[in-house]
Write a protein that binds this ligand. Structure first.
Ligand SMILES: [Zn+2]
Length: 415
């Protein structure tokens, strides 16, 4: 219907212009305003019936800290796994170029990702939002401190946080087997846009970590009884979610700024739909900087850029994901250094690194929780230790796609 109406409109305009006789009618596919001296086309867009916006399917987000009938209190470890963008086209990712080994180390393929989700589901994990796992409380001395929440879960279920680093669709990824951006489909749902190996445009819900999880939760609503999905960890230096919303020191032209503004407008409905359907956002710094080695001045200047260019689009967040796992001031366990304290003053409460288990600690000296995340990827799928450590989530032998991945060592095969 939409296409037919556009066609009618184009046709009406063409006919109307042609009738004026003085100016050549533009080809129908080129949108053009009628010439000044022309009578406006008989059918104007104002007269068209309003296009029915696809009614978004209702999506409910619930608070797991509220006791519910039949749900039981859970006080144990909340597991936390994180992914990088997933490989949509292994043949492009693992083509032997200089990026291949890095992608093999730090990413999983879409097939592996689906198998991991299926295993997590089978093993009784359910998704919870990272922001629901701790709360700020006031102690007897009147000081605010973070405290772990009691979660009320369906009996026998285990809580799981998912986070996703670098959901920016970096330029290098576009030619290395990843999707290019998230878009809204005509059904109102999130889809990915990208190019396959032959250069064909592909719009899909089966190739991107976000849309695959969306679909998985649609098919298995009991995997997310509270509606939680994952926390998207964003840098800013190449924009967000596939939209080039960043400022560029090397190009401050009006053209670039106009394009940037159009990208900002384009990403807003994507952010809104993600939030509406259970996704949350965290900071990964603007420039993906190593927080353990950079000076206080560098860190704060970088983060100001993040607030201006990313926070302004995704809203306030209390979650900071350390790039490269590098802890603020070189250490955030024994101390709360100047950069850590500054970050906390900016509203961050949950500080995530990377580690060998889902360790977390509510700090005693400041209102903040520091935690580690596990990382399903090539390094942990290939190593014997990794296979052992992740056995509570999945068996790497059932997951790893050795046909798609480069020929490199698999610890538990050669041992
Ligand atoms: Zn990162």
């Amino acid at each position: 219907m939409r296409r037919f109406l556009s066609f009618l409109l184009a046709l009406a305009m063409t006919v109307s212009l042609a009738a004026c006789g003085e100016k050549e009618a533009p080809p129908p596919e080129v949108p053009a305003a009628p010439a000044d001296d022309c009578v406006p086309p008989a059918i104007s867009s104002a007269e068209l019936p309003p296009e029915p916006e696809p009614e978004p399917e209702p999506y409910e987000i619930l608070d797991p800290t509220v006791p519910r009938e039949g749900y039981v209190a859970y006080e144990g470890v909340v597991e936390h796994l994180f992914f990088h963008p997933i490989v949509a086209y292994p043949e492009l990712a693992f083509d032997g170029d200089y990026k291949s080994d890095g992608i093999d180390d730090w990413m999983v393929t879409v097939g592996e990702y689906v198998k991991i989700l299926e295993s997590l589901y089978e093993k009784g994990y359910i998704l919870v939002d990272i922001m629901d796992c701790w709360s700020e409380t006031t102690n007897e001395n009147g000081e605010t401190r973070m405290a772990k929440n009691t979660l009320y879960l369906p009996e026998g279920k285990k809580p799981l946080i998912l986070s996703y680093d670098d959901v920016n669709y970096y330029e290098y990824m576009l030619t290395n087997g990843f999707t290019h951006k998230l878009i809204l489909g005509e059904d109102g749902k999130l889809w990915s846009y990208g190019l396959d190996g032959a250069g064909n445009e592909v719009i899909s819900r089966d190739l991107d970590a976000v849309t695959v999880l969306d679909k998985f939760v649609e098919d298995h609503p009991d995997f997310s009884p509270f509606g939680a999905k994952g926390c998207l960890s964003l840098t800013g230096y190449e924009g967000i979610l596939g939209y080039r919303t960043q400022t560029m020191a090397e190009d401050q032209s009006p053209e670039r700024e106009a394009f940037r503004q159009s990208e900002i407008e384009a990403v807003k409905p994507i952010v809104a739909e993600l939030k509406r359907t259970g996704w949350t956002f965290g900071s990964h710094t603007w420039g993906h900087i190593s927080l353990n080695t950079r000076t206080y001045e560098t860190v704060t200047a970088d983060m100001e850029k993040w607030f201006n260019e990313v926070g302004s689009l995704v809203g306030d967040t209390s979650v900071l994901f350390y790039p490269f796992g590098g802890r603020l001031d070189g250490d955030d366990v024994k101390q709360s250094g100047p950069a850590f304290t500054w970050m906390q003053s900016q509203g961050f409460r949950i500080f995530c690194s990377v580690g060998i288990d889902s360790w977390s600690k509510c700090k005693g000296d400041i209102s903040a929780v520091i935690c580690d995340r596990l990382h399903p990827d090539g390094t942990t799928l290939r190593s014997s230790k990794g296979r052992e450590r992740y056995m509570r989530f999945y068996d790497a032998a059932d997951i790893i796609d050795l046909e798609a991945r480069p020929e490199r060592e698999v610890g538990w095969l050669t041992a």
